[in-house]
Design a protein around this ligand. Structure first.
Ligand code: URA
Length: 306
């Protein structure tokens, strides 16, 4: 992208022009340090049984920890337990016998996972959705962006971040030299909560296996959580967004650097915060460069065997 277009994008974001010059001139140096937030600050005891989940380990050494699947607790949830994961059709209903249990998303490839999401009836949102919203972008992307849940336009289109917030997200990405097609974009929830309300914890729990599998298949170099709801669900914390942004965290096993920033919908309402969002994006660029991969395009040293 030429300098003029970059400045146009930044102007649209309301960001001061000194920043893109630093990036364009390659004067932002890579960051070698990733500050791992202390477990006690990001994982309150009420929601985390083992703070060791945050300790860095190699990706091959430990799978992404999952919230126990609903069927493991079905005996404790006597009234109307829901079926976890994908079910081909039919209403939300009681857990199936073992032999009829739906396939485990953790074992699926991209296409199977997408098909499972499109047929999912694990929570009540399947009754009100128009389309499921699986995710979009490069399945070998270095950067994964995680939002909250589809809104009305995403529900109609079956694609995340296509409304006004999505357009701002596109401009934010362009400002750091990335096209929407070069990253992967997904949400915590694959179906729209009616009236754009916050996801219920049970909905997030039912949907979690899909996003975790997307992360496993993608194995991104960095994750950017946009907004409080995405950050709190991914980090399994109740901490406010303000305490989560502004530093590097790590995703669960510690293998993937994770950054939190404001949701573009919030930035549309509070444009004075765009400068801080820009700082977050610059840190993501620095991190990607620090890992030795190009910010724009492929050809990095990531194992793309999946
Ligand atoms: N907001 C989100 O968090 N995700 C979308 O896909 C759209 C709006």
């Amino acid at each position: 992208m030429d300098e003029r277009r970059r400045l146009d994008y930044l102007g649209a974001m309301g960001v001061d022009v000194w920043v893109p010059r630093l990036v364009a001139a390659g004067r932002i140096e890579s960051s070698d340090e990733i500050a791992v937030v202390e477990p006690s600050r990001i994982l309150p005891p009420a929601r985390v049984s083992d703070p060791a989940d945050l300790r860095p380990v190699s990706p091959s050494a430990q799978p992404i920890p999952r919230t126990p699947p609903a069927h493991a607790e079905a005996h404790e949830v006597a009234p109307n337990p829901v079926v976890p994961g994908p079910v081909a059709s039919g209403p939300v209903g009681p857990a199936l016998p073992e032999a009829l249990s739906p396939p485990d998303p953790a074992l699926m490839d991209w296409d199977a996972l997408a098909a499972a999401v499109s047929g999912c009836r694990a929570c009540g949102l399947c009754e009100t959705r128009t389309n499921t919203v699986f995710g979009v972008g490069d399945r070998n992307a270095d950067l994964l962006i995680i939002g909250e849940a589809p809104g009305a336009e995403e529900d109609r289109a079956g694609e995340p971040f296509v409304g006004r917030a999505g357009q701002l997200l596109n401009r934010m990405l362009a400002a750091i030299g990335l096209a929407r097609e070069q990253v992967y974009i997904a949400n915590v929830l694959k179906c729209r909560p009616p009236g754009n309300r916050d996801p219920h914890p049970e909905e997030a729990r039912q949907c979690e296996a899909y996003l975790l599998r997307q992360i496993e298949l993608l194995r991104p170099r960095a994750i950017l959580c946009v907004g409080r709801v995405a950050a709190q669900n991914i980090l399994q914390t109740d901490a406010p967004l303000g305490s989560l942004r502004g530093r590097w965290l790590t995703f669960r096993t510690g293998a993937i650097p994770l950054r939190v920033t404001y949701h573009p919908a919030y930035l549309l309402r509070s444009p004075e915060q765009k400068a801080k969002a820009w700082e977050d994006l610059v840190e993501v660029v620095r991190r990607l460069r620090g890992e030795g991969c190009a910010v724009i395009g492929k050809g990095n040293d990531k194992d793309q065997s999946d």
